[in-house]
Design a protein around this ligand. Structure first.
Ligand code: PLP
Length: 407
């Protein structure tokens, strides 16, 4: 029998855990918009503004100087030092030994999960939530249980007792994202204190996704002084650096660097050797010239970030006012992140609604169901853009509702 006579194997599949991952519903809506000539995209979590020039210049200079080689797995020493200083100023003393540079926040989340969870482990996540946080542990074979925020008069709120009850002694990891994507909910310091004490008692890892920590509006005043007024409450304010707390952060949001893929982890020093191995086998390192741009961002970017926060706060308030005038829309101004997560006629089937919005009037917003079943009934609108574009979007929303007879 020749080799060509051997039976052809059946069509290959990825393993079950991968096949079971949920595809992105935001992508599904974006795909529905292909072929629509003029779409206003508010569906992704990024500003329409380019990264500031001083950061792009630093990358260009690093490239011109030949920064094109592999670096240390945990990042170049000057960036780890700069990040240690930045984190220390905001959240208390942190040494470079507690910092690892990553290829943005999503890679940091994968590394954190790889460090602490394996097949069969129980993970708890507070939802609605950016889907990557829930799906990443599933790739590793973990079981993810969710605790839903509730929506009421005061916006999105955590039922602390419910969360503590879900954090049973056998639980391996709590995933918490505050300020939260998509709701803008911010966990209070008292809630963090209670959760930390509970997790300490039961040996549960806390993986805190704080990529939106700077996009916090409760204290955003011009020239804000002390550190606490410049960030949302952080687990780093309460935890020691050598306990079961891993904090994930990113350059994407505070310095408008989404396309650069640069982030960092604050974690116990005892994890760093193992984390270095995981970085090696995932990405090996972040690009050198990108890391050098990161130094410029951290060391020279404070004024930029503070101004950005004021702009975002103004955009948030502008869009809340504009949407409040639309009959049937229920919207509240959340204290953090860069999204409004609101209900409107038709949102009980949010995926269908968002596809119709993009097809019929070229309005690109994300369906609440993309953020888990608890997000159904809502849509998410990223307001990180100028007011003229927000106005145009609200006009399209009104036109859609008028065409559907719901005004
Ligand atoms: C909650 C949350 N965490 C992490 C990220 C990761 O962002 P990046 O990978 O660009 O750092 C995002 C991006 O939107 C996010 O919304």
């Amino acid at each position: 029998m020749s080799e060509s006579d051997l039976p052809v194997p059946s069509v290959p599949n990825a393993r079950d855990a991968v096949r079971a991952l949920r595809p992105s519903q935001i992508r599904e809506v974006a795909n529905a918009g292909f072929g629509v000539a003029d779409v206003l995209p508010f569906w992704f979590g990024e500003s329409d503004r380019v990264t500031p020039a001083f950061i792009r210049d630093a990358a260009s200079a690093a490239l011109a100087a030949g920064a094109t080689f592999y670096t240390h797995n945990l990042g170049i020493a000057p960036l780890r030092a700069a990040l240690a200083e930045y984190v220390s100023e905001l959240h208390g003393t942190t040494s470079p030994d507690h910092i690892a540079v990553t290829s943005a926040g999503v890679n940091a989340l994968m590394l954190a999960a790889q460090l602490v969870v394996g097949a069969g482990d129980r993970v708890v996540a507070v939802t609605p939530l950016w889907p990557n946080l829930v799906e990443i542990p599933k790739i590793l074979g973990a079981h993810v249980e969710t605790v839903a925020l509730g929506y009421g008069e005061r916006g999105w709120q955590l039922d602390l007792e419910q969360l503590l009850a879900a954090l049973t002694p056998g639980t391996k990891m709590l995933l918490i994202n505050s300020p939260n994507n998509p709701t803008g909910w911010v966990m209070s310091r008292d809630e963090q204190r209670a959760v930390l004490a509970h997790c300490r008692r039961h040996g549960i890892w806390i993986v805190a996704d704080e990529v939106y920590e700077r996009l916090y509006y409760a204290h955003a005043e011009p020239g804000a002084g002390d550190a606490h007024s410049r960030t949302a409450p952080s687990f780093l304010d309460l935890a020691t650096r050598d306990e079961r707390v891993i904090c994930v952060n990113s350059f994407s949001k505070a310095w408008l660097m989404t396309g650069w893929r640069l982030g960092w982890i604050v974690a116990p020093a005892s994890l760093m050797d193992d984390l270095g191995k995981l970085v090696e086998y995932n990405t090996s390192c972040a690009p050198d010239f990108v890391q050098q741009a990161g130094i410029a961002a951290v060391q020279q970017g404070e004024r930029f970030t503070q101004e950005l926060v004021l702009d975002l706060k103004a955009s948030r308030d502008y869009l809340v006012r504009a949407l409040s005038s639309v009959p049937g829309v229920d919207v509240k101004a959340p204290p953090g992140a860069m999204y409004l997560f609101f209900s409107m006629p038709g949102a009980s089937r949010s995926l269908e609604l968002c596809k119709a919005l993009v097809r019929e009037v070229g309005l690109g917003v994300a369906p609440g169901s993309a953020f888990g079943p608890q997000g159904e009934g809502f849509v998410r609108w990223c307001y990180a853009c100028d007011t003229a574009r927000l106005d145009a979007g609200v006009e399209r929303l009104k036109r859609f509702l008028a065409q559907h007879g719901t005004h």
